[in-house]
Design a protein around this ligand. Sequence first.
Ligand SMILES: Nc1ncnc2c1ncn2[C@@H]1O[C@H](COP(=O)(O)OP(=O)(O)OP(=O)(O)O)[C@@H](O)[C@H]1O
Length: 282
Amino acid sequence: MKNVAFIINPFSAKKEYHSFVKLLEDKVENPLVSISKSIKDSQSFIKKNWDNVDIFVAVGGDGTISTIAKELINTDKILAAFPAGSGNGFARELNFTKDLDLLLQKIKVKKSIQIDTFTINERLSINVSGVGFDGAVVKDFEKTNRGLFNYAKISLKNYLSFKPIEVEFETKYKSFNGKYLMINLANTKQFGNNAFIAPKADYTDGILEIALVKKFPFYYFAKFGYQLFNKTLQSNKFLTYISTSEISFKINTQNWHLDGEYNQISSPVHIKIVPKSLRVLV
Ligand SMILES: Nc1ncnc2c1ncn2[C@@H]1O[C@H](COP(=O)(O)OP(=O)(O)OP(=O)(O)O)[C@@H](O)[C@H]1O
């Protein structure tokens, strides 16, 4: 199998990493594999193999996929994924599964589509990013050994004491000014683990769904959770959506997560969709 490279993040994919390589070697003769110990490792591997690789397969979670996507934006190179993270939101939305045979079949056919990505003060996001409560949760979550259980535990622990963030939008959207639990920017429908924050999001429409979530009473957690996993948040009274290709606002926190990775971003923020900027294997 020529022109394909597999970039494995041994941190997100620690459980599957050795068995994945073994399985790959059983099915593909001399696969081009890189075990990436850092984002820099991935970047230099991609640079070194740029001319002889058409499809870069990220083996890891959304954070890994995002760091590899960054190198492929606005080029003809194709991104693929073998999901091995804790949430795998992007991989789920783009129909990447743990079925290696299926992935190899798709690689053979080499069909791709161009999807939107977006930037927050020039930093790239491909899936769902957010500020406020979930930014703070991700900050604490990164100190644990990850997993859905730790995520739920940290969320509940932080919730009661969390002070809503204050947001002041540009003139066009000033009617949305106010205090929020969190603001999520959704290019695809889900955070990961089939938690659908924006059931109407479409990664090919040139539009970003901005989910504005008000702080709800603690007893409401179960209902919010139910609707989140049931794709019915659209009707939730604590939630409003703005559909736009570009937006700016001032905000009194720097706690963001970009595709699930904690980031500090200074206010004001400018968010912009980059239409059809990433080629993805389908
Ligand atoms: N290309 C890369 N090479 C090595 N490490 C990376 C790379 N990209 C990201 N990382 C680091 O690996 C860690 C885990 O990444 P990743 O987000 O892929 O897994 P996850 O959090 O388990 O999955 P998910 O985002 O789907 O929940 C992060 O701390 C991240 O900074």
